[in-house]
Design a protein around this ligand. Sequence first.
Ligand code: GLN
Length: 485
Amino acid sequence: MTSIQDLHQQLINKERSAVEITTEVLNRIEKFEPKVQSFLMITGDQALAQAKTVDEKIARGENIGLLEGIPIAIKDNMCTKGIRTTCGSRILENFVPSYESTVTQKLKDAGAIIVGKTNMDEFAMGSSTENSGYHTTNNPWDITRVPGGSSGGSAAAVASGECVVALGSDTGGSIRQPASLCGVVGLKPTYGLVSRFGLVAYASSLDQIGPFGRSVEDTAILLQAIAGYDPKDSTSLNVPIPNYLQSLHPNFHTRSKLKIGIIQETFGQGLDNEVKESVEKAIEVLQDLGAEVQVISCPRFGYGLPAYYIIAPSEASANLARYDGVKYGIRNEESANLLEMYTKTRAKGFGTEVKRRIMLGTYALSAGYYDAYYLKAQKVRTLIKEDFESAFAKVDLLICPTSPTTAFKTGEKTEDPLNMYLSDLTTIPVNLAGLPALSIPCGFDRQNLPIGMQLIGNVLKEELLLQVAYAYEQATQWHEKRPIL
Ligand code: GLN
């Protein structure tokens, strides 16, 4: 599969039609899905109908936008009007939204072709896509391994060319960690940059929608299409959106010397040696490109994980209270009374991890425990934010590994939730502080599994993140390597 810009050129030069491009992608889906299983739903007919509209527009001699006719996949926690949206959960197996999420509306308006809804950990809770209520997704680089999660379906679909770009959501790392494990680019925007209207809520003070691409350029194009103020989302930021694509340049295009800080605390215990070496080599490349590098300490970074596992489940326990068999999804009909109907529906509809989080969150928020757990976790969150603030007083960007390991074997961590939670050690603090961050391929281990590095920016510094990632990408070849399926 080629880049968005190349496909766009082919379309306007009439070398290929949108129907041909979409058909090629649908054929790849048919060929690779038995191995990878990225999708929960494939919307082939609608996609071809949309593609036909684009072709008609081209035939009429009208101008088309960059995303017009480009096949895209959407994580199944974004509402698509008339198309089933399950959030990876059995409790929503029959839920067909009556409205469109802002991001999918924007993509439709831009002429992008939605080819399907991708698999995910149930309600976005997980780091491997093994918590899906439907099936697991396999890593395209080695199908005995996980693609990461919770947006594992989107990351695997992009990596295997079952779409050109995809949307994911990131509450504690769910875009960046699967991007890293699948060898693609994934960006979690600043909290509030992308509207969450129509995103099924997990932990509302942390959730963000963001793009996946096989290159920084494709990622920038998709971010451009979805970013911006939305009056339907009360947390949406009303700020000007830069032209991300125009700012990409093979050299750092900054006025003064770019300063990058290596987060000391992320290079310690638990970090795989090959990951460490690859990220260190990437730092050397950035230095050769002219960046000034220094080691930065974020002493409270390590408390991100425990604080997150109080805050996220607490918010989830409140958000998931709406699935009671009355308003959405499935209902247990064999109940003697209302309370029994609630409990039986929830017992049947939710999976193990979701139940664990609801219990954790309900406990942490219960009378007498609020101050001891939730309030304390929020205070820790402020301290983590302060660490980032003092870091950004010294440097422009921070760098660290995205994930401490490469893709692990399916089933390896399912019996050990705490070990699974550690997958997001370096991504979670970013969500707690509401910052933007991006994962970009920076090497492969001896088993030919991709390694990713994370670049973290200050609030609304997406443009700088993309610029630096682009310069790095142009100086290296990692993004050219594709999995053999
Ligand atoms: N793995 C983390 C969790 O399980 C993060 C998930 C996410 O970002 N949605 O909560």
